[in-house]
Design a protein around this ligand. Structure first.
Ligand SMILES: [Zn+2]
Length: 281
């Protein structure tokens, strides 16, 4: 929890350094934030300002990240912790951004002690005890209500890592039942794994069947972007995520015509911002 002095320091910083009005309006008008109350928008704005103050954003490979782009990233980043303690992201401090997808080379040792090197092209990666890496192109394409959001995905991993390795079981709040969490998520994970093994249609991106950690991160994306799809197919997962994030996006977001991720979505009655914000790739 926040110490009193830290809370006071934060309050005086926020009072003196609000996010620029125009930049904030551009960010908050993105579809991801539809339906937030005035009070929630204000809280999100403060969280975003604090995020930008306490995290180092490091653009690489010639990426120019202007102030508007930083606000768009920060607003998405703090949506999951809008109703959690401010210190939920305190155990890491750096965001590294590439213009597009980036190549990583990681080593791991398998169960018989053989070391492997894996190369991957990624849109994002949350490194244990390290920075979060993002492709800016993917960050800029994330705040649309299509069930795919690399910022929410990687920061769900970071929340998951607060009690050790990412394993789909972040530290739960008092009053939440760890046994219920385990049973709900393992049932959903088993179901997705069966769909993946039989190459069957899935309403949820089958990347969720990669591991329990990916399952939690992918479900988090659906929770914040297409809650109607999640509650229709996995209502018990929705209930657990509602308790965990202390939010109910089902109540604030419109029902979008849903298709699996990576396909365009028609928004029906939702009015989208006409101007493309500056800084988008
Ligand atoms: Zn992941």
């Amino acid at each position: 929890m926040f110490g009193f002095l830290r809370q006071r320091r934060r309050a005086s910083f926020l009072a003196a350094n609000p996010i620029d009005d125009t930049q904030w309006q551009t960010a908050i008008n993105l579809p991801l934030f539809i339906g937030l109350s005035a009070e929630e928008r204000q809280r999100l704005r403060e969280h975003a300002a604090w995020f930008l103050h306490t995290k180092t954003l490091t653009p690489l490979h010639g990426l120019e990240l202007d102030a508007q782009a930083r606000v768009i990233l920060a607003a998405q980043a703090v949506l999951p912790i809008m109703n959690l303690d401010f210190d939920a992201y305190d155990d890491w401090s750096e965001v590294v951004l590439y213009p597009g997808q980036f190549l990583t080379r990681d080593r791991y040792t398998d169960h018989i002690g053989v070391v492997h090197e894996v190369e991957q092209h990624l849109a994002g990666q949350a490194r244990p005890e390290g920075p979060v890496l993002f492709s800016w192109l993917d960050v800029s394409q994330s705040p649309w209500l299509d069930g795919w959001n690399v910022v929410i995905h990687e920061l769900a991993h970071k929340l998951d890592m607060r009690n050790g390795d990412a394993n789909g079981r972040p530290p739960l709040h008092a009053g939440m039942d760890a046994a219920v969490w385990k049973s709900v998520f393992s049932e959903a994970y088993d179901h997705l794994t069966r769909l993946a093994n039989h190459e069957l249609y899935s309403p949820i991106d089958l990347y969720a069947a990669e591991s329990p950690a990916e399952c939690f991160a992918v479900f988090s994306e659906y929770f914040f972007e297409t809650p109607h799809a999640l509650v229709t197919h996995y209502p018990r997962v929705y209930e657990q995520l509602k308790l965990f994030y202390r939010q109910d996006p089902l109540q604030r977001l419109p029902l979008v015509r849903y298709r699996p991720a990576f396909e365009p979505v028609e928004f029906g009655p939702v009015v989208l911002p006409t101007a493309v914000p500056g800084g988008w790739a």
